[in-house]
Structures are given as structure tokens and as C-alpha cells.
Design a protein around this ligand. Sequence first.
Ligand SMILES: Cc1ncc(COP(=O)(O)O)c(C=O)c1O
Length: 445
Amino acid sequence: MSLTPLQQLDAANHLHPFTNHDDMHRLGTHIITEASGVWVRDAEGRRLLDGLAGLWAVNIGYGRREVVNAVAEQMTRLSYYPSFFNSTTEPAIRLAAKLAELAPARLNHTMFCNSGSEANETALKLIRAYWKLKGQPARTKIITREFAYHGVTIATTSMTGLPSCTAPFDLPLPGFIHAPGPNAWAANREADPEAYGQWCVEETERIIQRESPDTIAAIFAEPVQGAGGVIPPPPGYLRALRQLARKYNILFAADEVITGFGRLGAWFASNLWDLDPDLMCLAKGLTSGYIPLGATMVSDEIAATLKHGGYLAHGFTYSGHPVSCAAALANIAVLESEHLIERVRDDVGPYFQRKFADLATHPAVGQVRGEGLIGAIELLPPGGKSALTPTSMLGVKASNLIREKGVIVRGIRDLIAAAPPLTITHEELDILFAAIRAGLDGMWK
Ligand SMILES: Cc1ncc(COP(=O)(O)O)c(C=O)c1O
């Protein structure tokens, strides 16, 4: 297969994230040229339905003039100014205020950054500073869970509970502890996920006691684990985990990089499940991916400690970038004015989950699971679950078959995941699921 000049240029100069470059360049990079709504178009002129919203990000769909106009206006008026030097800009102030209005009651303070990784990294540093100011500098250890994905910096990779992310870099660093994640399917406990969730919490408590509670700074949790395979919490699990943190005076941080801004039919999973986190990390749906922006929200108590703790030596050149913040404000205005979050809760979310449930009896399907507008299908080989191997990678095979049918989903290990824009219609969902079914039909051929 011969590569186009653009593909050749890509192969010559461009290193991609999370990619096997030899495999990619053998086939030629898939170059996307334009997008509108839930549809993207590639360099060959093919139209594909984006069932993953880019990378779980494009909540309001592609090509919205509201965001484009807000960005153009802001760039024209003030293209950039930092929030260092006792300065800032109006969009950063207004966005921090808007987030305080939307977030759980105690979260009224935001530090901005550029990505989900930086939001978690910022949380880690603010937590360290907080405990030091509180006279408990020994509280430095961080508990996260297996199957967690929290980012790619050295520290946030250390938080990530996926050996494929940590092993190549000899991580995690010391002090990052992984408790079991509530993935009942992977643990062969799918018959009783609730009991498995309870065991995970008990095991987390044993870890806290083993490590000594007063050395633990925080527990971080994605309310629905995303990149680790779309793992919704079993009933009772998240509340119990949150309670556990409270019992030992450990901070609880919700990583809502995927679950924020309507994906689950609420502004945040923390609202939906009453998690009352001490910190919340945001990115992706904050701007629907139009422009990079991340945010770390902290409780009144943490903010008061940091604000009165002297010079706060953290932040990025682009923290609170006015153009990114203007994009976020326009994005939030679209979510509000079109009632997209209620739409996920009452309409497309339930429809999406019903369509997933319809696939549960397909012979190549072991389990379907999801919440709101995010879902996953565990795939089976003809020999059943016991015939799966660590290298079977059925998810990649299925996602390739589904892409041939004109729909983009994500293959992860032996599963496929979908999380389309919140604007998706019933007709588009029908197209999405028809392609998934056709792909599944091809799995055993
Ligand atoms: C839950 C979660 N946290 C953090 C990140 C990292 O975000 P970024 O890729 O913007 O650094 C991701 C990215 O997928 C994520 O899903």
C-alpha cells in the first residue's frame, strides 16, 4: 500500500501518542480533515460517525459556531495574558465563578491548567502543600486503583493502574499505591459485582492500615473508570470508598476528566452520586476539546489553607488562558441552553444503554456495561471467556471491523468502548449500533 505525501511526511517527522508507529505507518496514518456534529471526514473523503467524541471529549459535537465565535472574539480582543504577577483576565474569573456554581457545594475554587494530566498533577501538588501547611507533612502517599487512568506525567502515570502505561517507564514512583479497582468482569466476579465492590473497599482499608493512615494524603478515583475499560462503580462501592477516606481523614479527589460536563446525565458524577469530593479534576468536556484546558477544583477548606499559606508556587504559563476560558464558557452555555445534560439523563442516555443491552445476547459478547452516554462491550472468542489470553486483543479487531462499517469506537484489551457527543440523535445512535452489530457479526468469521 503506497502512502500519500502527507502520510509520508507524518511517518518522517511526527511521533504520535499511544501508538505503535510501525503498525500505523505500514497502513498509513488515518488523517481526519473536517468534522461537524457527530461526523468526521477523512482525507479519502470518507464520512465516519465518531462514537468516541474524539477522545471522550467533544460533548457538544464538532463545528459549533458559538465556540468558534467566542474564541475568535477573545483572540481579537486579548489573545493572551498570564494569571501570574497579581494579574488575570476576565474569562478566567468568569469561568472559575461558573464552575463554582455548577460543582458540588464545597468546591468553589479553581486552578487552571492545560490538560487532564496537569489537572491531576496540580491536585497532587496542592494536596502536598495543603498537608504541609496543616502540619502533617508525612501525608504524602497516594492511593489510586487498578484500571485507573489519570494521565501521562511521571506522577500521573504513577497514579495510573494500567501496567501497559507504567511498565515501559519503570513506574510507579514510590508512594503511589494501587488498590483493587471494581472490575468484576476481570476478577471473574461478574455474577455478584456488588460483593466484589465491597471486597475492593475492604481491601483498600487493609492497605490504608498496612501503610499507616497518617501517611496517606489522598485517594483519587474516576467515578466511572474510562480508559481502563469503562468500569462503572458497582452499587454502594463509591459511597463506601468515599466514606473510607473520610474515616481516616484522607482527602478524596474525583478525577472527572471524562465524567464531567454531562457524560453521565449530570454536570458531574460527584453531583449524581453525592460524592462530596475535596478536589475535582476536569478537562476534555470543559471545552469539548475545542481548545486545551484543564482545571483543578478544591474545597473551601483547602483553598483557605492554601490562600493563607503564603506564596503558592505552582501554575503554568497558560493557566487560565483567556482564549481557552472563553471557549469553555461558550461550551458550557451550549450545554445549558440546549439542555444537553438533561437530554443525556432522560433521553439519549437511556436509549444508548438500551441499545447496548440489546447486544448482550450476541454470541461474541460476554458483558455489556455503561452509564449515561458511555458504555463498553466485553468480547468473547468462540471458546468463551476461558479462551481469552493476555494477547488476544479482541477489542482492536472489533474496532477495526466497526470502522470498516463507518463508525469509530475504541478497542481496549478485549473490549470496545463508546462515548459519542451528547448531541447525538436517535437515528445516529441507530447507525452507531448497527455498525457495532455488523462488526460483532464479523468477529468469529
Ligand atoms: C480520567 C482521566 N484523567 C486524566 C486524563 C489525562 O488527560 P490528558 O490526556 O488531557 O492529559 C484522562 C485522559 O484520557 C482521563 O480519562
